[in-house]
Design a protein around this ligand. Structure first.
Ligand SMILES: NC(=O)c1ccc[n+]([C@@H]2O[C@H](COP(=O)([O-])OP(=O)(O)OC[C@H]3O[C@@H](n4cnc5c(N)ncnc54)[C@H](O)[C@@H]3O)[C@@H](O)[C@H]2O)c1
Ligand SMILES: O=P(O)(O)OC[C@@H](O)[C@@H](O)[C@H](O)[C@H](O)CO
Length: 382
């Protein structure tokens, strides 16, 4: 069986690629990084190191294509694929959608049967968003036949894979923990037979629990950690002040999730403790600049900070003081190597932090969250 995976980066190699190989897929990685592509083609495999153990996973039967310079080969690979996955970043999905549309169109012409496209991105509705971008690159006359034969099931993926600094550009060090949840109603044809995928009828509780616990907690550690001068997530979490604030933040998102999905409180508390333990993993060095990357995305209305904070006000009926402090620290986050951080700071400098929040989080001036964050910005800047 053949899989095409867009994004031969941290999670692509460290998680998705490993599980696809174990499920006996030959995986063609599609990327724009020629070093990764050349290494994949020359060596046909790579090593995944499990942090905190001597265990390694040898991933085989892989190759690479460049989505910009080898478009015909990528189109052919998609036409022949039994499964297509992505892990490029939410902001990159539009960029891969044209070649994906061309490959799926070739597949339709050659009548090759059903296939599923699973976006493994940290966002709600990633695969459905990718489907929208693909349809924008297809004649409307082909939309119906595409929806009959191509599934775009949403997914939640969880494994902490930091930026790598190994001598071998393909070797990737990951935490042992992983979770990959895929929803079933939108699957076309047979469910991909991949050990490690949990199939569920309704993904919403799973993706919100993951995004608003793992990623919200991570963002709290990153932005508060950066504000307090820490370089890694572990250093931030070793700071008692920040640990307390991360716990407070996850208590707020936890109360929203329990209210919405009737989660068992003690089970959710155990889920939070496991995540804090993962953040404190002494064998994984994860920089706050990776976890805090893309602050405009992370301050977006549906993402890990503003969405649970707004829902805390609406459903729990209280001000989310901890989330508001994290949002304020994200608005103050500076990193000249992060394009979104530079763009955000341009708005903060010219129009003020609150105006920046209203723009990026799509909040009206009178919104209660704007007031609560304003108090935190004042506290952090005076
Ligand atoms: N790293 C993690 O811990 C982790 C865990 C769960 C989910 N995720 C999610 O997975 C996605 C990828 O994250 P990552 O950490 O692997 O990032 P990454 O930067 O390591 O990998 C992204 C890869 O996409 C490639 N890419 C960029 N533009 C491309 C294009 N036009 N065509 C093909 N490839 C392109 C990059 O070259 C890079 O190799 C994000 O949505 C992230 O939120 C990451
Ligand atoms: O990938 P991002 O930029 O959405 O978020 C950074 C980290 O929180 C994220 O990569 C986590 O490591 C991952 O989501 C853990 O499953």
């Amino acid at each position: 069986m053949k899989a095409v995976h867009f994004g031969a980066g941290n999670i692509g190699r460290g998680f998705i690629g490993a599980l696809l190989d174990q499920a006996n897929y030959e995986t063609i990685f599609v990327d724009v990084n020629d070093t990764l592509i050349d290494e994949l083609n020359n060596r046909k495999g790579y090593t995944v190191d499990l942090a905190g153990s001597d265990e390694t996973i040898e991933v085989q039967n892989v190759s690479g294509l460049n989505s910009m310079t080898q478009q015909n080969e990528v189109i052919q690979a998609i036409a022949e694929a039994d499964l297509i996955t992505t892990a490029v970043g939410p902001h990159i999905l539009p960029a891969i959608s044209k070649v994906l549309a061309q490959g799926l169109e070739k597949r339709l012409v050659e009548n090759r049967g059903p296939v599923n496209v699973i976006a493994c991105e940290n966002m709600i509705g990633g695969s459905e968003a990718l489907r929208t971008h693909v349809l924008e690159n297809l004649d409307e006359a082909k939309h119906e036949i595409l929806d009959e034969t191509v599934g775009f099931p949403n997914a939640a993926v969880d494994r902490i894979v930091p930026d790598q600094n190994n001598d071998d550009p393909l070797t990737v060090k990951v935490e042992p923990y992983f979770e990959w949840v895929v929803e079933t109603p939108l699957i076309k044809g047979e469910q991909p037979n991949v050990d490690g995928i949990t199939y569920v009828e309704d993904l919403t509780p799973y993706i919100e629990r993951k995004l608003f616990t793992v990623n919200t907690g991570h963002a709290a550690a990153a932005y508060l950690g950066h504000y307090h001068g820490h370089k890694t997530i572990k250093q931030a979490m070793d700071d008692p002040t920040i640990l307390e604030k991360v716990r407070g933040t996850l208590k707020e998102t936890g109360s929203v999730l329990i209210e919405k999905y009737n989660f068992d409180e003690s089970q959710h508390e155990a889920y939070i403790e496991k995540i804090i333990e993962r953040f404190l993993n002494p064998d994984l060095s994860d920089e706050v600049t990776r976890v805090g990357r893309g602050p405009k995305r992370k301050l977006g209305p549906k993402d890990r900070l503003v969405r649970p904070a707004s829902e805390h006000i609406e459903t729990v009926g209280k001000d989310p003081e901890y989330l508001a402090e994290v949002i304020a620290s994200a608005l103050l986050y500076q990193n000249e190597s992060d394009q979104e951080a530079k763009e955000l700071q341009e708005v903060v400098r010219n129009q003020g932090a609150l105006q920046a929040l209203q723009q990026v989080a799509e909040l009206d001036q009178g919104n209660r969250l704007v007031s609560v964050v304003s108090e935190q910005i004042h506290r952090l800047t005076n």
